[in-house]
Design a protein around this ligand. Structure first.
Ligand code: TXA
Ligand code: MG
Length: 340
């Protein structure tokens, strides 16, 4: 699992055709800060995280303060090796073992019953904890070096767009944290999928970068409380979430593309429609209609459009399968903010 991450070495890695290096010196400094109870931002394959020592309740409290995040919204705990799992949770059911083996390191968070070692503030007082091994060499090197699990939400103020580049984090928190580890653009670009295995039935709690179909192909059908959480509302499903500053309007598929106000932008997928050919602000998330490419560019695209001083951004529904479902989840929440 730690292939490519060698002890006492700089971390070298490739994203698309670009090589990146994060020096051992930087990793050591970041790990040191974590051990001293400070917060740092670090890259994962999904989004950038705002990390603290998960076993240090005071450090974790600083995450909530900086993000202005409500204390009832639990954090995900990041580890670098499956060997750590047993130190943090009461038991690892067979389905969890199967999923860890198949999808870790990767964009899947697994919720299990926690041990008392995990402070209550991390889990918002719940008896369960969400764990994941991120698939990014910088994150893995950092967690290993720090020698403690790292609690990390996405590195954005509560309710704002998630960061998929170091500069997004800098825009939000530059002077307020001592370090942002730059690991390039996040390859997945959407948060992890969350599955709860602490109860009787495997339950999908958040759609994310790992398509549900991949999970069900591995362990069979799961209960899904994400689409219509009637009564089972999760903190991560709060309305004000993943929102750009600009008003985002989610049209229905049949609606014509509106041609007002004058400063307007469009987010499209697949072939750009003829009626938008002359529009100056059209973001095509994937001309080939590739949902992985669209997911990877979604938050970055919305960050960019947010800088353009537009009054409104229009978008239409994505395909209702695979990552299209997770993309729609984020768009509906971003759009909802302005209806509330
Ligand atoms: O991809 C990701 O998951 C990123 C990167 C940094 O790893 N992290 C992330 O964290 O998206 P955050 O804080 O933005 O979202 C965490 C969500 C919570 O809002 C909650 O819905 C769910 O994870 N969660 C965490 N622990 C939980 C628990 N014990 N029970 C139920 N839900 C939990
Ligand atoms: Mg978040």
């Amino acid at each position: 699992m730690l292939d490519g991450v060698m002890e006492c070495k700089d971390v070298l890695f490739q994203i698309k055709d670009k090589m990146f290096m994060v020096t051992l010196d930087k990793i050591n400094k970041a790990a040191d800060l974590i051990c001293k109870g400070e917060l740092i931002a670090f890259p994962t394959e999904t989004v950038y995280g705002l990390g603290a020592n998960a076993l240090d309740a005071k450090a974790v409290a600083r995450i909530f303060a900086l993000k202005e995040r409500p204390y009832f919204d639990p954090l995900i705990v990041h580890i670098h090796s499956q060997h750590i799992v047993n130190q943090l949770v009461m038991d690892v059911p067979p389905l969890a073992q199967t999923l860890m083996k198949r999808f870790w390191p990767g964009p899947l968070t697994i919720i299990l019953r926690k041990k008392p070692l995990v402070p209550d503030i991390v889990t918002a007082g719940m008896p369960t904890v969400g764990l994941r091994i991120p698939n990014h060499p910088v994150a893995l090197a950092l967690i290993e070096k720090a020698g403690v699990p790292i609690a990390a939400p996405s590195a954005n103020p509560f309710g704002k767009l998630s960061p998929t580049k170091a500069e997004h984090v800098a825009k939000y928190f530059n002077q307020q944290i001592p370090m942002i580890l730059d690991g390039g653009a996040c390859q997945k670009g959407l948060e992890s999928t969350i599955i709860d295995l602490s109860g009787f039935e495997p339950t999908i709690r958040r759609l994310g970068a790992l398509p549900i179909e991949d999970i069900t192909a591995c362990i069979g059908p799961c209960r899904d409380v994400t689409a219509n959480s009637g009564g089972d509302i999760m903190p991560g499903t709060l309305d004000k979430h993943y929102a750009p500053q600009t008003v985002l309007i989610l049209l229905s598929a049949q609606d014509p593309w509106p041609k007002s106000p004058s400063r307007r932008g469009y987010v499209v997928f697949g072939v750009t429609p003829d009626e938008l050919k002359d529009e100056p602000h059209v973001l095509n998330l994937s001309k080939q209609g590739d949902l992985f490419e669209a997911a990877a560019g979604l938050f970055e695209g919305l960050h960019q459009m947010d800088q353009m001083g537009l009054e409104r951004i229009y978008v239409k529904p994505f395909p209702k399968h695979g990552l299209g479902l997770a993309i729609m989840d984020r768009l509906v929440k971003a759009a909802n903010t302005f209806r509330a």
